[in-house]
Design a protein around this ligand. Structure first.
Ligand code: CTP
Length: 396
């Protein structure tokens, strides 16, 4: 995550969930953001400003009329400097004040003056949250352009169980990353990505598969999300879900094919990074044929080539990108696949090169389109994903 050059204002109000916020402030500061923390007076009963000052290297402001502060007219300067405001936890009281334009302390004053994106994460007792007054106030905030981060469900500090729990730190950081991390040059685009290897059952116990972990496809899905696309990830991997992305599981090539037909036909771009096994056992629950010294031989049949099927059935204007894994003659073989499968782009990885391929955090890709070849240097899978998307946007 890179938030260099971004100014983020964290507003912390008086709820027990404030204990999670040092982790959020720390994560954002570590990503390079300039983090300013504003606290209501009640929030300081739960956690001390010193914690945030130490983590952010900035003065934590509580009182509007604090004289000892670097900005001349603090509320206006900070409001102008902010690229984003996150108010978390947001109590019912502060939500009510913000919904009605009240500004009686530093936090509500800066929020009213700020014109950047504003995120609000309510955290409170279930009954307070479900009270129609609070619900109406949240709708009012949404009406005025605030993003309301849904609270989670679970056991609350007050002993009740239900909604009102502040989402975990990582979720709050994901919301900030989505807002700030990348230029939204894929806004309005629907993208479907596939990731992971297929698993073809041989019998109820064993299966055929490959070494794919799904990392490259997940990096592509995340990069599309950060660039504003509406993303669906077809996955057989057990990596943690990509936030804000629709996750559709598959195990076999046949299931991937069904998922493609159900989710991909209206996509603007398809990036098929799944490592589909070319063969599967001819039938499930095989009659095992013993050969010689107990060696197992199983009749195989070819799986459907999903990418080739897409090349034939895609709608006009739909961009189709495949991946290829080669051990030799990478460019020639990949170009042949590009042509045979009617692709717009193929990302070729040479398995023999160090740092490329399965289960490593880096990749060495050559992007091959009908008219050109672009050799990328050794990059992290995240960086490689962004370069791949740059190329897709250029060719589209
Ligand atoms: N692919 C697919 N369905 C298959 C096999 C492959 O959709 N049954 C897709 C992969 O997702 C990948 C591309 O085709 O995007 C290339 O896969 P690869 O295994 O490199 O090529 P193949 O065409 O299968 O050729 P070969 O295995 O002979 O190299």
């Amino acid at each position: 995550m890179n938030l260099k050059g971004k100014t983020i204002v964290l507003g912390i109000t008086g709820g027990i969930a404030a204990y999670k916020m040092p982790n959020v402030a720390h994560a954002l500061a570590k990503a390079g953001a300039n983090v300013h923390v504003l606290m209501t007076k009640n929030a300081t009963e739960f956690i001390t400003p010193l914690v945030f000052e130490t983590l952010t290297n900035n003065r934590c402001i509580v009182d509007t009329f604090d004289r000892n502060f670097q900005y001349d007219v603090a509320h206006v300067s900070l409001a102008n400097a902010a690229d984003l405001m996150l108010i978390a936890p947001a109590t019912a009281n502060v939500i009510a004040k913000l919904a009605h334009g009240l500004a009686d302390d530093m936090l509500t004053t800066v929020t009213l003056a700020a014109h950047c994106p504003k995120l609000v994460a309510p955290a409170m007792n279930t009954h307070m949250l479900e009270n129609p007054i609070t619900q109406d106030n949240l709708k009012t905030l949404e009406h005025y352009g605030f993003t309301v981060i849904p609270s989670g469900s679970g056991l609350l500090a007050c002993g009740d169980t239900g909604s009102g729990r502040l989402p975990d730190e990582g979720v709050l950081v994901d919301y900030v990353a989505r807002e700030l991390e990348h230029e939204k040059d894929m806004q309005g685009m629907k993208v479907v990505v596939s990731a992971g290897g297929t698993r073809e059952p041989m019998d109820p116990v064993r299966y055929l598969t490959n070494h794919s972990t799904g990392k490259m496809g997940y990096a592509v899905a995340r990069a599309c999300m950060l660039r504003g696309a509406d993303v669906t990830l077809l996955t057989s991997s057990d990596l943690p879900p990509v936030p804000f992305v629709k996750m559709v599981p598959f195990a076999t090539a046949a299931e991937l094919f069904e998922a493609v037909k159900a989710n991909a036909m209206d996509a603007d771009a398809l990036v098929m990074a799944a490592a589909v096994a070319d063969y599967r056992p001819a039938q499930v629950a095989q009659d095992k044929v013993k050969k010689g010294e107990g060696e197992l031989s199983i009749p195989l049949e070819r799986t459907r080539d999903i990418l080739a099927w897409l090349g034939e059935h895609r709608r006009p204007g739909q961009f189709l990108c495949g991946f290829s894994m080669e051990t030799r003659d990478m460019v020639e073989n990949s170009r042949r696949k590009l042509e045979k499968k009617h692709l717009d782009l193929i990302a070729a990885n040479n398995l023999k090169e160090p740092g490329a391929g399965f289960a490593v955090p880096t990749n060495l890709l050559t992007l091959i389109s009908p008219r050109e070849e672009l050799e990328l240097p050794l990059l992290t899978k995240e960086e490689a994903a962004h370069r791949l998307l740059d190329e897709i946007l250029k060719l589209r």
